[in-house]
Ligand binder design. Structure first.
Ligand code: ADP
Length: 272
């Protein structure tokens, strides 16, 4: 009898643990949704005033006929950079909202992914040089046409590279693209701070940041990687990471070659 009772208690315990875990996962997902909705509502409100704020600052900075008083130029550039950062954050949050609402269908067009990726990596040349980091780009042409949503691919590449630059202090970053049987593969490898194994399963969760000194010194929101993952998934692809603390990280994105979208009459919202 005791044996049966013991087994029974064990089973009940397992069910409880399973149920608790399920409820925890559900309420966390619910919380993420609530957070996304809240942030996207706020983002909508922020978008217009931000544009109206940055427009005039940009005009003043670009106006070469009216030289600025000493120090003012730097102050305005600082305001501009931070405003643009806020603008990117607002846009990322709005992207989440449209993905959530199922309004973000990729519009796949034939894209020279190799050239495009190399161009995007080139944007980071100045930042890596400033930081004394190496940047190598190895993107030979793919031997098959690839169909992706270029704006979404841009976000994937830019977010991964921005992170690599942000979390690397010595060494450098290697960007590579190669063809595989089931699609094409982008790898962004850095010699940065790395990520402890316990954190890897949570890395692509929305708003998740690795706790610790680096996260405190580097500004961030924890949405970049979640967006990368969701954009890859919208293309039927996936993203993975391997990392060694203190040595560096490698992010790998695999997307199928895809097919052109058939023209339809459905109006669709596009992630900007
Ligand atoms: P953010 O950088 O805004 O915090 P992300 O979603 O882009 O958000 O990244 C989530 C977390 O993953 C970061 O806070 C950081 O701790 C970690 N991380 C991302 N990329 C790297 C990287 N290349 N090297 C080390 N840690 C990284």
């Amino acid at each position: 009898y005791e044996l049966v009772a013991g087994q029974f208690a064990g089973v009940i315990g397992n069910i409880r643990a399973f149920e608790t875990e399920r409820l925890r996962a559900e309420s966390l997902a619910e919380l993420d949704r609530a957070k996304t909705t809240f942030f996207s509502d706020v983002s909508h409100e922020l978008r217009t005033p931000l544009t109206l704020l940055l427009g005039p600052i940009g005009d003043v900075l670009e106006d070469t006929t009216a030289p600025l008083a000493p120090g003012v130029q730097e102050q305005l550039e600082l305001a501009m950079r931070n405003g643009q950062r806020l603008q990117r954050l607002v846009n990322d949050l709005l992207d989440f909202a449209s993905i959530e609402a199922g309004r973000a269908n990729p519009v796949r067009v034939e894209t020279d992914v190799a050239t495009f990726t190399a161009e995007l990596a080139g944007i980071f040349r100045a930042a890596t040089e400033r930081a004394g980091l190496r940047l190598t780009v190895d993107c030979p042409p793919l031997d098959r046409p690839a169909y992706v949503d270029p704006r979404m691919w841009e976000k994937v590449v830019v977010n991964l590279l921005a992170n690599a630059v942000k979390y690397t202090f010595v060494g450098g970053i290697d960007v590579a693209l190669h063809a595989a049987d089931d699609g094409f593969v982008l790898t962004v490898t850095d010699t940065g701070v790395g990520i402890v194994a316990d954190e890897l399963p949570h890395l692509f969760e929305r708003f998740h940041r690795v706790p610790g000194a680096t996260a405190r010194t580097r500004e961030g929101t924890g949405i970049g990687l979640a967006l990368v993952q969701e954009l890859a998934a919208l293309h039927g692809g996936h993203v993975s990471v391997t990392s060694e603390p203190g040595a560096g990280s490698r992010f790998t994105v695999t997307l199928p070659y895809g097919a052109p979208d058939v023209a339809d009459d459905e109006p669709r919202a596009v992630v900007r």
